[in-house]
Ligand binder design. Structure first.
Ligand code: MGD
Ligand code: MGD
Ligand code: SF4
Ligand code: MO
Length: 681
């Protein structure tokens, strides 16, 4: 039989949600390429997913259930049958429920797959049926969403691809060329038409290197910069007064707040040149349309929502929401609600949570180790995530996972750091082996994913795991056993599923020009943008920031950033896979030459990076991408391949953000000290 092609969509937690074409020979996938018809990814994948078949066919895949034989965290597990693994799990769950009640069960999941049904569907019904603790908060996106909505009344904003119509592009706290690579050609299109591209980031990233102008403020100081931009707009008569009068509330209050923020004062707080603040403000005040593009990095601060809340005011002062190519573009995930209804997966009794306890997902470590938590967490289920590596204050997560009295089940494709702590590991299929539809957060297209090959080994999609577990627990409610096709049909409502299947994608039912208002009316109570009410634009230093708590700064004078850095990793995925982690510069800490010299550290030295949460032993890289006072450790390395010392999150701050239940990874203070040559401590 001749090889056939199957259309799919990348499931990764990445804004691009690329369309793909798998070539299958017999029952083996032999080639995976970008779908050239896809309007956003336009035939290209990325250095991670170009080698996705290595992941699918990796000898390290977990292909049968595993049951723990060694100590917690040792990764010593033996293959087991599905029956044994399910019976063991059901017995432990019944025990926990009998002793402490359903709330002693905690489900923890992230966006390892963004597929509509494999990310979250039947699990909602199953864990509600068990009366389990609800997981709230967010590792990614909710702070940005909530902050934006305070100003605009909605998280909906501009289409990132409209950047091609912009005359000025501000990439503000996003590393487009690395994290959102398929948007870059649209940026280049704008540039070819004369647009200027400015990057505002505390790190001179690969995107900053490609920009026309790079502004490098200290982390967490952007609101001061925004207030100074507003100050200049007001001072120089660059505010669009008729737009402001018609569409905003609170302008006088905002102007009053911005009045003290002269460019000189902001320059001092941000650690940049006063002339640069003037220049940025004049550019913004005079180039129409300007598209401000931001994503997630800037939300990972104590005052993260305030960043987005204030940023959303800027286009409102210059009337840019009316112009295609103007405004603010962030995640477009919220536009999916026009077309897709994932509330069909909710159990009726869970509407509003039905009184069940909730725990913020970022506080997994705290919850597992809190001696006063009543009831304690007796059983933990983890899927679609690797919290031992990706959560802040990861040492606490590991201590919690190491509890002997905790029952932990993990559904995984690989034996991650988290899975190594599990009592039972269930083998999970990859996107090539499962059916789904994919909602994107970087473009307004819904993707289809037809399974290209049969599940490898005994792996199953998450939905099938929940069905099997429901049966093992003795439940019979039909809603717990709904098949995948039916789940998708319910959530996709009016979507033409034939077209979706045949083309691999459809555009959401959204207008050509995405904007937060409808005919000038914003979905706030007054119908106007709220410039200064709730969470008013105000620069507040983080306790663990460059001008934070003086005692803490005396002990830990350097701000640590831990952004995505690797072209071959997706968060912590791939870091342990041949052809990926081994082709990146290994775990290291980057320092500015001044900070290195002050500590007697040279490039290549082994150093200790430490704070009260933990310590890492890393190789120093002395370079010119950072500014004095700021250091960076790339995020994503697994501990099992590089020692626990490789996990950047051992050091990071787990303070919850001002709004949205996110977390302040990027407000972390550390000290870096040299180690004697050959020394390990
Ligand atoms: N190759 C690759 N691509 C990815 C990922 C990956 O791991 N690898 N991860 C995916 C995921 S889950 C996400 S959420 C997106 C994230 O996409 P982005 O938000 O673009 O990426 P981040 O690295 O989280 O942060 C972007 C930038 O914010 C900067 N930043 C931090 N604090 C501040 C601040 O106070 N002010 C300003 N102005 N900037 C600040 C960081 O220095 C960083 O360069 O990327 C996705 N794409
Ligand atoms: N220091 C620091 N920490 C961060 C960040 C940062 O910038 N700096 N970024 C944060 C952000 S924005 C995010 S989104 C999080 C990401 O954190 P996580 O969501 O934990 O991301 P990954 O480490 O990629 O883990 C995803 C896991 O899901 C598994 N998986 C994939 N598909 C499936 C499936 O279909 N079924 C099952 N059962 N499993 C599957 C993969 O094998 C992988 O191990 O990390 C956060 N942590
Ligand atoms: S990880 Fe992102 S860029 Fe790479 S193929 Fe998937 S969606 Fe596209
Ligand atoms: Mo993310």
């Amino acid at each position: 039989m001749a090889p056939r092609t199957v259309l799919g969509t990348c499931h990764h937690d990445c804004p691009d949600s690329c369309g793909w074409v798998a070539t299958v020979d017999g029952d083996v996938a032999v080639k995976l390429r970008g779908n050239p018809e896809h309007p956003f990814s336009r035939g290209e994948l990325c250095p991670k997913v170009n080698r996705f078949l290595d992941r699918v066919y990796s000898p390290e895949r977990v292909l049968t259930p595993l049951v723990r034989t060694g100590p917690k965290g040792s990764g010593e597990l033996r293959p087991a049958s599905w029956d044994e693994a399910l019976e063991l799990t059901a017995a432990r769950v019944h025990e926990v429920v009998a002793r402490w009640g359903g709330e002693a069960i905690l489900p923890w999941s992230s966006a390892g797959t963004q597929g509509l049904i494999q990310m979250s569907s039947l699990d909602r019904r199953l864990f509600a049926r068990l009366g389990a603790t609800r997981l709230t908060g967010s590792l990614c996106g909710a702070t940005a969403k909530t902050g934006t909505a305070i100003a605009l009344g909605t998280p909906l904003a501009a289409d990132p691809a409209d950047v091609r119509h912009a005359r000025l592009v501000l990439l503000w706290g996003t590393n487009t060329k690395l994290t959102n690579r398929h948007l870059w050609p649209f940026v280049e299109e704008a540039r070819a038409a004369g647009a200027e591209v400015v990057v505002i980031d505390p790190i001179r990233t690969v995107t900053a290197d490609a920009a026309d102008w790079f502004v490098q403020p200290l982390p967490g100081t952007d609101v001061a910069l925004m207030l100074a931009v507003i100050h200049v707009l007001v001072r120089d008569g660059l505010v669009d007064e008729s737009y402001v009068a018609a569409h905003t509330d609170g302008f006088d209050e905002l102007a009053r707040r911005a009045a003290p923020w002269t460019p000189a004062r902001a320059a001092d707080v941000c650690g940049i040149d006063g002339g640069d603040v003037e220049r940025l403000a004049r550019l913004y005040g005079t180039r129409r349309p300007t598209l401000i593009r931001t994503l997630i990095g800037a939300e990972h601060h104590e005052h993260g929502a305030r960043f987005f809340r204030t940023l959303a005011c800027l286009p409102s002062l210059v009337g840019d929401w009316d112009r295609q190519g103007g405004g603010l573009a962030r995640s477009v995930g919220s536009w999916a609600s026009t077309t897709v209804d994932d509330s069909v997966f909710d159990p009726p009794e869970a509407a509003g949570g039905a009184g069940r306890r909730s725990i913020n997902m970022n506080h997994l470590g705290r919850a597992l180790t809190d001696p006063d938590l009543d009831p304690p967490i007796g059983a933990l289920f983890v899927w679609n995530g690797n919290p031992a590596v990706t959560l802040p204050n990861a040492g606490a997560v590991r201590r919690g996972l190491g509890r002997d009295d905790l029952f932990c089940a993990v559904s995984e494709q690989f034996l991650t750091d988290t899975a190594r702590f599990a009592d039972v590991v269930f083998p999970a299929t990859t996107q090539l082996e499962q059916l789904d539809a994919v909602v994107a957060w970087g473009h307004p297209y819904l993707g289809w994913n037809e399974p290209a090959i049969a599940p490898r080994g005994e792996a199953v999609p998450n939905t099938e795991l929940w069905r099997r577990l429901a049966a093992a627990l003795g439940f019979t409610d039909p809603s717990l056993f709904e098949p995948d096709e039916a789940l998708l049909a319910a959530a996709l409502g009016a979507v033409d599923r034939d077209e979706l299947r045949t083309r691999g994608f459809v555009r959401l039912t959204v207008p050509e020009h995405l904007r937060p208002d409808a005919g000038g009316r914003f979905p706030t109570p007054s119908g106007r943008i709220d410039l200064a009410g709730d969470l008013p634009p105000e620069h507040l230093p983080a306790a663990e920031g460059p001008r934070g708590d003086p005692d803490l700064r005396a002990r830990f004078p350097l701000v640590l950033l831990t952004p995505k850095t690797h072209t071959r990793f997706l968060n912590s995925s791939y870091s342990a896979l041949p052809g990926h982690g081994d082709r990146e510069d290994g775990p290291h800490v980057e320092l500015d030459p001044a900070d290195a010299a002050a500590r007697g550290i040279a490039d290549g030295d082994r150093v200790r990076v430490a704070n009260d949460r933990g310590a890492l032993t890393l190789t120093a890289r002395v370079g010119d991408r950072l500014r004095p006072g700021v250091v960076a450790v790339p995020f994503g390395w697994w501990g099992d391949h590089h020692g626990e010392a490789a996990t950047a999150n051992t050091l990071t701050n787990d303070t919850i953000t001002d709004r949205g239940g996110g977390v302040a990874f990027a407000d972390t203070l550390v000290e870096v000290s040299p180690l004697p040559p050959g020394g390990c401590r």
